[in-house]
Design a binder for this molecule. Structure first.
Ligand code: ATP
Ligand SMILES: O=C(O)C[C@@H](O)[C@H](O)C(=O)CO
Length: 336
């Protein structure tokens, strides 16, 4: 059964808008940040990671965002280009804004955190005038990510991108990607998240992210089905609620819940799971696979990334994901 129809007459499979930054991942793992001395630099930011994931899976991709006019900004743009991502929509800041930095602390496979440096971050300076209508007109899918709604003018840029996507018939995906430190309050966040979510065809988020969006509502038991059904009164066709290693559940307009098998992983760190899951899942639905198969593919892609040191660099190819699933089916991989 097909739940979402993707346009077929467009040259670009996927475009994302939002955060482009740098991850500095601790080299000395299993210790607190205070005792961590060295880090490895990677491209980061959830929508950037998802786009890199889609490109590794063989799709034709582009990015819309803003980078700082410095060495870090050039490193990011160059990395996207080397990963075959069209950067015509990536503009360079001229106001002296800086690249957002995410220092990651890897204390244990289950205890990881991110220390963010995001004052005057270039990605939040993207203006609505800098969003190229033509790029979105050419794309089958537009992905937006919640952090870009945190501040003006990036907030307006995202809403302008949503307008263009609606006008040109792109399927709109919302990865909630709630990072509290970029927002003033959960209430402020919920207002903008709900306004954006009303326009989206596929919504992906964790239980905690949907709880934040429901801060004005009465869903005290955090019932996934209640959460999902609200969005089917708007534009949504698929709502996915993620529950970490317990897996995820997808709801469709018929109120049916689809669950898929998740896989074991030798976890190095937990972050990046959601981004690789999103890339794998969206790749599957764009191939016309069932929701279950697409979710399984996303789960296996997530396992590969959480078993690796980076998020962006570890995004797998189709062969790597298929190989991981086969090895799990032969019981060759066990959880850490
Ligand atoms: N420890 C784990 N073992 C196996 N699979 C996992 C594990 N953690 C996450 N996953 C897979 O990744 C998917 C997404 O994970 P999660 O729910 O943690 O998303 P997230 O919180 O958005 O991730 P992130 O930490 O990147 O923000 C899960 O549905 C599951 O399939
Ligand atoms: O920008 C962040 O919030 C950190 C990301 O760069 C990091 O890659 C991550 O957390 C992935 O979800």
């Amino acid at each position: 059964m097909t739940y979402v129809s993707f346009p077929t007459n467009k040259p670009l499979d996927f475009v994302a808008i939002g955060r482009l930054c740098i991850d500095l991942n601790a080299n000395e793992i299993h210790r607190p940040m205070e005792e961590t001395m060295t880090f490895t630099k990677y491209v980061g930011g959830s929508p950037a990671n998802i786009t890199i994931g889609m490109s590794r899976l063989g799709l034709n991709t582009a990015f819309i965002g803003k980078v700082a006019n410095d060495q870090m900004g050039r490193f990011i743009t160059d990395y996207l280009q080397r990963n075959k991502i069209d950067t015509a929509g990536v503009v360079t800041d001229t106001t002296g804004a800086v690249t957002g930095l995410a220092f990651t602390e890897i204390k244990s496979p289950t205890d990881c955190s991110i220390l963010m440096y995001r004052d005057n971050a270039a990605d939040l300076k993207l203006t609505p005038n800098e969003v190229q209508e033509e790029l979105i007109a050419q794309a089958k899918v537009l992905l937006i990510s919640g952090t870009a709604l945190a501040k003006s003018p990036s907030r307006e840029a995202v809403f302008q991108a949503l307008n263009y996507a609606k006008k040109h018939g792109a399927v709109i995906v919302f990865d909630l990607d709630y990072r509290p430190y970029t927002w003033t309050s959960p209430e402020e966040t919920a207002v903008y998240y709900n306004l954006a979510a009303e326009k989206c065809d596929i919504i992906l988020g964790t239980r905690e992210e949907f709880d934040m969006m429901e801060c004005f509502e009465n869903n005290e038991s955090s019932d996934d089905k209640v959460t999902a059904s609200k969005w089917f009164n708007h534009s949504a066709k698929i709502v996915i609620i993620k529950h970490g290693k317990e897996g995820s559940i997808a709801y469709t307009q018929d109120d049916e819940g689809h669950r898929a098998k998740s896989f074991p992983a030798k976890v190095v760190k937990t972050f990046g799971a959601g981004d690789s899951y999103a890339a794998g899942f969206l790749y599957g639905v764009m191939q016309g696979w069932t929701l279950e198969k697409s979710m399984e593919f996303g789960s296996a892609a997530a396992c590969i990334v959480i078993s690796s040191h980076s998020c962006s660099d570890a995004m797998p190819t189709v062969n790597q994901v298929e190989d991981y699933i086969e090895r799990c089916n032969r019981n060759e991989i066990t959880a850490s």
